[in-house]
Write a protein that binds this ligand. Structure first.
Ligand code: ADP
Length: 449
């Protein structure tokens, strides 16, 4: 690329130099012509003002030396006087352009190129009162000669300018390419690299992408470390219990208890694996979300029925309030969202506590799901972080109740994918309320169905 830019610069410089030389030569040639004609006419008028040519039979003008060639042609075209050629050898001049036009218009002019190409002959003819034509001529450089004589200067200028343009284009391409090379070399210090204005949007974009890549890589690394750690505990327990049974060290009663432990830990493993798979599925944002018209209320009712047994076991009452509420959404996602929120509301509740699920439409017309509990609540300092993967306020309580630490991370993902809004209100010891409000474009009016 650098080489290409350099070549372009040199080509443009050479074209510009040649064009300006040709144009300036043309202009100076035109000016020269005008000046020569002005000279010739001034001389012709000056001679006409004298009486030297009044009588063609008695010409009193005699030139000894001079730059002008003076000729007098009479009415018949016969040359009566010429300052530099023997008139007896001259033919009729009536057909000369300058003579015929002076005879008809009063003045006439012409240029004739000489054989050598180096010089041009300029003629100016003036009709005198006696009917004769007085012609003044002069030799001057031809345009070809002007060009030829300017060639050495031209070559010198071209060489100088080419050198200058090579140096200049080198500096310029370097200043264009250098920041890009710098950027590529230290992508980590992209902020500090000195870039020009046109490059800044790209720098910003690359910087953001780079940061995202690093952030994602860090998150993935942290996530896989966490997953491995989470899997290790139940697997160690399963392996330990199985080993005792295998060695015949457990009584029959112990064996039943250990089998129960193994079962519980295996379920924890399954839960963890399922949630991990689900999260990575939701991570693939390019995946097209299949939407369908569905009734949020009916879906919430399904969750409540499934969780009824669990709630009973923990002495928590479960209630659903609302009415048919149509929305255009992905059924599996909506079920997971409501299920995870209700599950948490039961698991982090107190004995004889209550969970209320409200389905409805707010004043702005947005459909929402609200899950309200009278449970243990979440301390202020943890509220921001509970949506992070594997973040738990009370680790042992989460594990005892079969938590994976991923439920709210899944909820957050679903909310983001649907452009919904999530609001959390919680007070330690009093309870928690989580509201998910869906955007208007997901809404389906009753009459639509
Ligand atoms: P877990 O499987 O541990 O429940 P979640 O991602 O669902 O994981 O929740 C993260 C943490 O947020 C929980 O460990 C718990 O400490 C807290 N939490 C979630 N929901 C509630 C709630 N309704 N009441 C009190 N604490 C809650």
């Amino acid at each position: 690329m650098k080489k290409k830019i350099n070549i372009y610069f040199v080509v443009i410089a050479v074209i510009a130099i040649l064009a300006s030389v040709v144009l300036s030569n043309l202009v100076s040639y035109t000016l020269l012509q005008k000046e020569v004609y002005d000279d010739l006419s001034a001389c012709a008028y000056a001679l006409a003002a004298t009486d030297s040519f009044d009588n063609p039979d008695n010409i009193t003008y005699h030139q000894k030396s001079g730059t002008y060639r003076i000729t007098l042609v009479d009415k018949e075209g016969k040359v009566r006087y010429d300052s530099s050629v023997d008139i007896t050898k001259m033919d009729s001049h009536l057909d000369r352009d300058e003579i015929s036009s002076a005879r008809s218009k009063g003045t006439g002019q012409a240029i004739r190129h000489s054989d050598t190409l180096k010089r041009d002959n300029y003629y100016f003819a003036l009709l005198l009162d006696n009917g004769c034509v007085l012609r003044v001529a002069k030799e001057a450089s031809s345009i070809a000669n002007i060009f030829i004589s300017s060639i050495p200067y031209l070559a010198a200028i071209i060489i100088l300018l080419m050198l200058a343009s090579v140096i200049f284009s080198h500096i310029l391409t370097r200043s264009i390419v250098y920041p890009i090379e710098q950027m590529a070399e230290n992508i980590n210090y992209i902020d500090t690299s000195d870039v020009y204005r046109e490059l800044r949007p790209f720098v910003q974009m690359i910087k953001e992408q780079h940061e995202n890549i690093i952030k994602n890589a860090d998150m993935r690394q942290e996530f896989s470390a966490n997953v491995s750690h989470e899997l290790k505990t139940p697997l160690t327990a399963i392996s330990g219990y199985a080993e005792i049974i295998e060695n015949g060290m457990a009584t029959e009663k112990d064996t039943i208890r250990f089998a129960g432990e193994i079962h519980q830990n295996a379920n924890r493993l399954l839960g963890l694996i399922n949630d991990t798979i689900r999260l990575s599925e939701l991570d693939v944002s390019s995946m097209e979300v299949q939407r369908e018209p569905l009734d949020l209320y009916a879906l919430a009712e399904g969750c409540v029925n499934t969780l009824e047994v669990k709630a009973d076991k923990m002495n928590v009452s479960l209630q659903i309030v609302g009415e048919k509420c149509m929305i255009n959404a992905n059924k599996e996602m909506m079920y997971e969202l409501i299920y995870n929120l209700c599950d948490n509301a039961i698991r982090y509740n107190n004995k004889d506590g209550r969970v209320m699920v409200l389905i409805g439409e707010n004043q702005d017309g947005n459909k929402y799901v609200e899950v309200k509990d009278t449970g243990i609540g979440i301390p202020k300092e943890h509220q921001e972080r509970i949506f992070e993967r594997f973040y738990r306020v009370d680790k042992s309580r989460s594990k005892e109740t079969g938590g994976t630490g991923l439920g709210l991370a899944i909820v957050k993902h679903i909310v983001a994918q649907n452009h919904a809004i999530l609001r959390l209100e919680s007070e330690e010891g009093r309870g928690t309320t989580i509201v998910v409000t869906f955007p208007l474009d997901m809404k389906i009016e009753e009459y639509d169905q």
